[in-house]
Design a protein around this ligand. Sequence first.
Ligand SMILES: Cc1ncc(COP(=O)(O)O)c(C=O)c1O
Length: 399
Amino acid sequence: MIVSKKVSEISPSLTLEITAKAKKMKAEGISVIGFGAGEPDFNTPEYIINSAKKALDIGFTKYTPASGTVELKKAIVNKFLKDNGLVYDVNQIVVSSGAKSSLYHAICAIINDEDEVIIPSPYWLTYPELVNLAGGKCVFVECGAENSYKITAEQLKNAITNKTKCLILNSPNNPTGVVYSKEELVAIAKVCEEKGIFVISDEIYEKLIYENEVHVSIATLSDYMKEHTIVVNGVSKSYSMTGWRIGYLAAPLAIAKAISSMQSHTTSNPCSISQYASTTALEDEEGDKFIAKMQKVFDERRKYMYERLTKIPYIKPLQPKGAFYVFIDVSALYGKEFNGIKITGSLSFADAALQCGIALIPGVAFGEDKCIRLSYSISMEDIEEGLNRFENFVNKLNA
Ligand SMILES: Cc1ncc(COP(=O)(O)O)c(C=O)c1O
C-alpha cells in the first residue's frame, strides 16, 4: 500500500461531501439554501484588515519566533486575564495556524500510544481523527438527549480506566450549541482531579453565547485544573477570521515548551501578517464592539430559528445557547420515503433534504445518527426561505 496505515484510516469529511453536492447543484442552476456553514458570515472587521495592510507596508513578512510573536502572546495573556481570570506567563502560550492545529499539538503533546482519550458524543468531527493520528484511543461517551448531550460527572467517572489520559471538552459546543454551566464543570473537574486526568478545553466559540449563559473555563476551577488543562482558543470565530489561520493554546509550561519545539519543526511560525492583525484584533477596543454586533445578529437568527423549528411536528430541536448551530432530532421521520429515497438515518435524510433545496449536515458525522445540524450563519432571508423548504419537506414526508 502506498498510503500509510495511519493516514489511510482518516475518514473523508462528510461535511465537505454534502457541501460539494450542494455546490454542484447550485452550479447547475438549482436553488439550494446551505445550512452547513461552519464559519461566521461576516467580513473580517475593517480595523483588522487595516492592521494586516500595515504589516505588509512595514515589511512584517519574515519568520517570527516559532510559537508566535511576543506582542501577540502578550495580547493573548491579557485576553485570558480579562475574559477568563486566568493568569499565564507568555511562555505558556503557543500560537498556531488555526485552533485545529493547536488541538492537534495539544493531543500529540500529552498522548502516548494507546492512551485513552474521552470524547463526549456528539462531538466535533475532527477530534477522533486527531486522536487517532496521534496514536491515542478514542473512548466515546454517549451523552444522550436527556442531559442536552452534555457529559455528566457520573458518565465521565464510569468511562475512566487506568489508561485514560484526558477528556476533550468543548463549550460552547459544536454541533449541539449547548453551554456547560459552572456547576456542571465543577463536578467534572472534581472527577478529573480524583482520577488524575488532563482536559483539553476547546473554547473557540467562547464569545458566541446567548441569554444568561456565562462562559466558564474549566481551567479556572482549581489549581489542579490549571495545571492539567490545555485551553484552546483562537480568532477564527470571535473576529470572523477563519481564513487567517490563527489559533492559540495556553498550557502548563513543560507542555507549552514541548509544543513550541514540535511546531518549530513542523510549520514554524503561523503567518506573520495574520499574527500582526490578530494582535490588533485582540487589543483594539473595536473588537468588543464587533463581537457585540455579531452576537446580536446571531441571537436574532437563533431565536427565530428555534421558535419556528419547535412548531414543526415530529422533530425535536435542542435549544441552542452558544455557537451558531441548532441540533435537531429527526429520528421520528426515519422509515419514511421521499422521491424514491428511503430514509434510514441522518445521511439519507440529508440526501432527501437536498432534493428539496436544503443542504444540512447529517448527525452521523458527529456520532449521533438521530440528529441533523443546521447552521444559522446565513442571512435571515435565507433562514426564512430554508425553513419554509424544510417545513414543506417534513410535511411531505408525513403526507
Ligand atoms: C469546535 C471547533 N473547534 C475548533 C475549530 C477550528 O478552528 P480553526 O478554524 O481556528 O482551526 C472549529 C472550526 O470549525 C470548531 O468547530
